[in-house]
Design a protein around this ligand. Structure first.
Ligand code: GEK
Length: 241
């Protein structure tokens, strides 16, 4: 059983959001009550993975948190001859992820590394998943990383990128922001929790428009790019090399 998230429920001074032990402890509850479509995206990643994971290849799960995407891939990919490497720079997440994965038996070699996804020494991969993680990097680093990931993908391999979106159209931006807050309220968060979490994420999670994502992916070399999931201001893209 995972603990429920009440981290922002009492008045507090604004401090930048960190992926620390307190967050890791409540993370599954926090993300599924905060990100519309999160469980569907996790499910879909496993299903898409089955289409792309090649024999004797590596799959990367970047910013793996507690390994939800890794588990979905392990459950749904039929070939047994591949390896998953999950990377996260939060010690708290990595420790919990390692414990959590131990509870699920699998013949698939799975390694969870505590490292910065910007510094990692990548090897050739058939699938790279970066599920709600790029948004935490500064913008120049996002471009550098995607260029590197394009290089390491094998031909026919895929990158799955999920992000919170911003919109140039002010009305649409406002509509989706309001609807997102409603989604959180319907999931039991109070107005205080919503506003304090929002303040903590300011300048930490920087959403971009779909157009910015497409143009960065194009610049990195990706030609086949499409959204396979969107709910309000949360999207998941698939790009094939
Ligand atoms: C999921 N993918 O459940 N290097 C490594 N890890 C990083 C970096 C970095 N530079 N920056 C942030 N992280 C997961 C959800 S959560 C999304 C991903 C969210 C890690 C950070 O420690 C955290 O675990 C994760 O990226 C982002 O499918 O909380 O909105």
């Amino acid at each position: 059983m995972t603990k429920s998230d009440a981290l922002f429920s009492t008045p507090r001074k604004t401090a930048a959001f960190k992926f620390d032990h307190k967050v890791a402890e409540v993370f599954p509850d926090m993300i599924s009550r905060s990100v519309p479509g999160y469980n569907d995206i996790i499910q879909g990643i496993g299903s898409l993975a089955n289409q792309f994971v090649q024999e004797n290849s590596i799959v990367y799960d970047l910013g793996c948190s507690l390994g939800a995407a890794t588990l979905s891939i392990r459950e749904q990919v039929e070939t047994e001859n591949y390896e998953i490497i999950g990377i996260d720079n939060s010690q708290a997440m990595v420790e919990r992820c390692q414990q959590h994965l131990c509870a699920f038996r699998s013949p698939i070699k799975t390694t969870i590394c505590q490292a910065d996804i910007l510094d990692f020494d990548y090897r050739k991969a058939s699938l790279i998943v970066i599920n709600f993680t790029l948004q935490f990097l500064d913008k120049p680093s996002r471009s550098t990383l995607l260029k590197r990931l394009y290089e390491v993908l094998q031909p026919g391999g895929a990158l799955i990128l999920s992000e919170k979106l911003a919109f140039n159209d002010k009305e649409i931006n406002q509509l989706f922001t309001q609807q997102h807050h409603l989604f959180k309220k319907q999931n039991g968060y109070s107005d205080l929790e919503i506003s304090q979490k929002r303040a903590a994420l300011e300048n930490v999670l920087i959403p971009e428009t779909l157009e910015e994502h497409h143009s960065r992916l194009n610049e990195a070399g990706f030609a086949h790019i499409h959204s396979w999931f969107q709910q309000l201001n949360f999207v998941s893209l698939i790009t094939i090399k």
